[in-house]
Design a protein around this ligand. Sequence first.
Ligand code: AMP
Length: 502
Amino acid sequence: MTANFYEALAAVLQADPGRPLLETEDGRVHVRADAERESARYARLLAEAGARPGDRVAVQVEKSPAALFLYLACLRAGCVYLPLNTAYQRGELAYFLGDAEPAVIVARPESADLMRELCKGRARVYTLDENGSGSLTEAATLPQEFAPVARGPDDLAVILYTSGTTGRSKGAMVTHGNLASNARVLVDAWAFSERDTLLHALPIFHIHGLFVANHCALLSGARMLWHRKFDSKAVLRHLPRASVMMGVPTFYTRLLAEPAFGRDACGGMRLFICGSAPLLPETFAQFESRAGQRILERYGMSEAGMICSNPLDGERRSGSVGRPLPGGQLRIAGEDDRPLPAGGIGGIQIRGANVFAGYWRMPEKTREEFTADGWFRTGDVGTMDAGGYVCIVGRAKDLIISGGYNVYPKEIELAIDVMPGVAESAVIGVPHPDFGEAVTAVVVPRAGAKLDAVQLIAALRRDLANYKVPKQVHFVDDLPRNAMGKVQKALLRERYGKRGAR
Ligand code: AMP
């Protein structure tokens, strides 16, 4: 066995090939052997299309069992999987494809022409729709065997683009060793087993749904109830058959908004896990009183997989992301990168087998994010008490998390600032009952310019994923600045943060 993470998963898939692996909302069941067979065929197709080990395979498709098998195929073929949010538009795609230079692109049928144009003939483009149709089905006639390509623990498995504070996205390079170590730690920490049924309603272009949910189920042999997206009514219907659910805080607020949600629906549930954005204490408390269970909150990021978790057995604390997971180390450091005493507020720095290999083709940026003694600066600000419980109190980086998705204001500000009639802008997150935070733009028009919020939003929508587009636009004469000339976003958040502020 090599360090190719697919081999670890294959050991489970081959153990009991007829056992159900996932069931879609319409009741279709895919067994373990389906994953082995389909991923072998896709791996063969990738190789025949010219993708060699180490080559990137960019994938922008809807969530489907075939999409999961394609991910497994990339691991198996030693290619580097590059998932792209289905909301990404032309401007974003042009950058990712130019930067990552994939050998193969798999796209939704309606985006195939755009992908061909953007990659300028340098990649083979296949299509896959949400029902598993498209030119990728050419693989159906290929042999069902494919020996996993030998990989070392430091070989790249996935590139995850995180939006950059400078407006340029950075590709976090995740290795086979990173995936394997984090998956094993999580299966153990959350006691995943073959007896579990995971309700999987997360997107699979992001670590939460792609790594945390899939890997826990695949590695432990658990079954998945596979929902294309989170629909609170559908989730409520299927919850009685599940034992574990993973979600972003929005999932939990939406479940609580369903009058029928309560203890009855949760009879078979042993664990509700939450992460990707802060879980409000009021959601935690309401959930406990309605469902009779305490949500287990955990903390992670694309660059490191999961970092902290509240305990399975033991105190799950509201407002805390729990203790550092085994295998990783965490410290709270001051400006000088020196560890602070327990209770001090500082930058969260981490080290361990889960920490990524650096940013794709950005050695400078990579160096900047690591301390001289090898700790990764997460960009999150927090505290750790004497018992090891970590609380995130803010972000050093200027980041908005809306519905569990990260939005870097700089990217949106750059897009607004180039519009005719705009002098400058500041983009902030304001509290929102459903999304956690809502993207809000504060715009200074040029002298004499007449700007219209509706037109501005419509123009942004053409180039940016919908979740990044401001929900509200405020026009002002000047942005508030401090003595150093930095825009005082805290003031703007205070001014526009009240619910319903116009
Ligand atoms: P991503 O790389 O998209 O997974 O985003 C990672 C960022 O999400 C982290 O750096 C944190 O700022 C934030 N995050 C993840 N989990 C939590 C959590 N439980 N509470 C607060 N913020 C979180």
